[in-house]
Design a binder for this molecule. Sequence first.
Ligand code: NAP
Ligand code: MG
Length: 502
Amino acid sequence: MAAALPALERAAQGAKVGAVLDFLRRSPTKLLIDGKWTAAKSGKTFETINPANEEVLALVAEGDKADVDEAVVAARRAFEEGRWRTITPHQRGRYLLRIAELIDKYADELAELESLDNGKPVAQARTIDIAGAAGIFRYFAGWPSKIYGETNPSDPGMFNYTLREPIGVCGLIIPWNFPLMMAVTKIAPALACGNTMILKPAEQTPLTAIRLGELLQEAGIPDGVVNIITGFGPGAGSAIAEHPGIDKVAFTGSTEVGKLILQASAGNLKRVSLELGGKSPNIVFPDADLASAVKNAMTGVFYNSGQVCAAGTRIFVQRDIYDNFVADLTAASERMTPGNPLDPQTRLGPVVSREQFDRVLGYVTAGRHEGARVTIGGEAVGGKGYYVKPTIFADVRNDMKIAQEEIFGPVAAAIPFKDEDDAVLQGNATTYGLAAAVWSRDIRRAHRVARALKAGTVWVNCYGVTDTAMPFGGYKQSGFGREGSRHVIDLFTQIKSVYVKL
Ligand code: NAP
Ligand code: MG
């Protein structure tokens, strides 16, 4: 281990929080199973890379089917013994509040760890990801005491009621774009409802999930309630998806893998909820506050280096204002220069991995071949790190590859439209339906278009706003099930009808 230290310090260069280096030296090589940190049964590990400098941050345990099997046994035992689900609702809520407090306490450490592992700007990690994760636990801390059953109408000789009960052992599979927040978005409601679980973080960004595992222990969550298996999709992920001992899978990731999850669930008919990809239309009418529309179109597509499922990647602009709008958007984007994520001033970091870097640049090439015109960017920054310049394509047709496929990088497609009907028609002409936005000062038009768009979330005169008290999820191939709000309580509970003869 001593020999690895200089490399580690190089990989985490610029980190200011001493605890981050301590953590990287301490624990990432272990899985959390039944309250104990253990090596993968195979003994295998894999590297997690800092995308800003391409150095190895840590070796992480490569869990696979054998480890998932053990975690399922632990989670099942914790569930059946009632270690968690029989704790009073008020007490369960207090545990969730304690976790929120610990996330706040270690927020600077978590933010830096997230920034190192994912490449996102540390300032954004701190204010969005980490503060958001604490907020999600706080929101769900209120739920255990509010999960009601019903007293149902019945014949005089009967007393009928329903109980809303946890589902059991849940598999939680998440992507790398908001690593801690994605973990928490699933763990918090699953815990609030009394379930036990196995989390599989994305292979690119396992570190904050591991640190969260330590915080769950510090908060006193009983052993076996939350198990964490780091590893790969084929291996750990697929073992969870097809496991006969898992009752429900909550998945966030690509539509392609979402389909595999659904197929794998058939074996034991496990409950499935899917939060998948998107190609969201952001529609700008000439009567909008155009300065605000430009600013939000830019952040709406480039935030998190475009690695956002709900990114406004298709920017539809009415023909009469199209040229001016694209010019303004391009000018505004000049200021979006990628920089070192650990610099508190940085607003745009690298993309997450070499694979993603190649994929994004491949789409840029495809866009050029299809005849779209690059107004800014269109290339890598060069040098070390997976930095891609924010890229805007003008003269895009909605049937082009860059307008139909999810790129998941800082690449925008600006598409002209004729009128309201045309905007809605083109906006809906996609297999996805995650989110959409409409910009207009005409209140009637804004609401009409919001209704007509086939998307799980529609923003009016804003972009990318989220709130845990609101449901989030997809229409069409962007998935099904809604996370956040009371609707996610439905996903992590099931209803029992009780008939009592009087
Ligand atoms: P991904 O490739 O689908 O991976 C998501 C997760 O699934 C990862 O943990 C992955 O493991 C795992 N996985 C891969 N193959 C699997 C298999 N055969 N069985 C079970 N699990 C498997 O997606 P990604 O590239 O990480 O993330 C980007 C995608 O996520 C985009 O499409 C984006 O739109 C979507 N996303 C959606 C939302 C939403 O709320 N709708 C939010 C964020 C992201 P590995 O890490 O080992 O690959
Ligand atoms: Mg990484």
